[in-house]
Ligand binder design. Structure first.
Ligand code: ADE
Ligand code: ZN
Ligand code: ZN
Length: 236
């Protein structure tokens, strides 16, 4: 996602944290909230010292395979990245600096996991190579899903975080179910459909938003609730 998508994920997660997790996280992040730190992993991308973390934002594997059936990337990927973050945070011997760094990375990566095209096809870089028109401007399919649809609304991340359709406790429990890999495969399932929504050079506008923005909202909501679950398991 772009900045707003990540902040929405952080903001939603915040209300689903246990008291204990909230206290531990707030102390580790010097009082900053999850929304604030959610964009850190993008901010360090331009820094040469952090180049190695770039492949951790996504994972591409064949649509007819499960993750791990092919040899995972030697450079790391979203799954390996998330597992590394969790391992560091659970390791009682980790330094404070490492905990702070990997917590900020984890908040971001659980968000990216829920952008369907971050579990996309390698050949087109998760839709980045699929050029399309967004209203009257040039864009690509990946960017439409990362940010164009979200930006079009012009809503702040706090507004977007408010649940218009309030979820029941049962629905929240349902969303929390499953493993990181289950969630990855769920995103891949959505990615397959997303690829079928647009062709190269096509002009996308209102109709596209109308059908697809509800999926964006749902994915942001799931991302927030599941991020809280992962953090509660570590810090709760
Ligand atoms: N670069 C290569 N594949 C990508 C993907 N699925 N998402 C974002 N960036 C990528
Ligand atoms: Zn992206
Ligand atoms: Zn990212």
């Amino acid at each position: 996602w772009g900045k707003t998508g990540h902040r929405v994920t952080g903001e939603i997660a915040e209300v689903h944290l246990t008291k204990k997790a909230k206290r531990a996280i707030s102390s580790l992040l010097d009082g900053h909230g999850l929304a604030f730190v959610s964009t850190f992993a993008d901010e360090i991308k331009s820094d040469k010292n952090y180049k190695g973390y770039s492949p951790w934002h996504y994972v591409n594997f064949p649509f007819d395979k499960k993750y791990g059936e092919d040899k995972p990337s030697e450079f790391g990927d979203l799954v390996q990245g998330i597992n590394k973050c969790i391992a560091v945070l659970k390791d009682t011997t980790s330094t404070i600096e490492d905990r702070q760094f990997y917590l900020k990375m984890l908040v971001h990566f659980i968000g990216d996991l829920h952008q369907p095209l971050h579990v996309g096809r390698g050949e087109d870089k998760g839709g980045n190579d699929i050029q399309i028109q967004w209203f009257n401007e040039g864009s690509n399919l990946h960017r439409v899903w990362d940010s164009d649809m979200i930006d079009y609304y012009g809503m702040s991340y706090t507004e977007l975080s408010l649940n218009r359709d309030e979820l029941s406790e049962t629905q929240i429990e349902e969303i929390k179910k499953g493993s990181i890999l289950d969630w990855i495969h769920e995103s891949q399932g959505l990615a397959k459909k997303v690829y079928a929504t647009a062709n190269v050079g096509e002009k996308l506008k209102y109709e596209y938003m109308y059908y697809n923005f509800p999926i964006v909202r749902k994915q942001l909501q799931k991302g927030g609730i599941r991020l809280a679950k992962v953090l509660n398991d570590i810090f709760g």
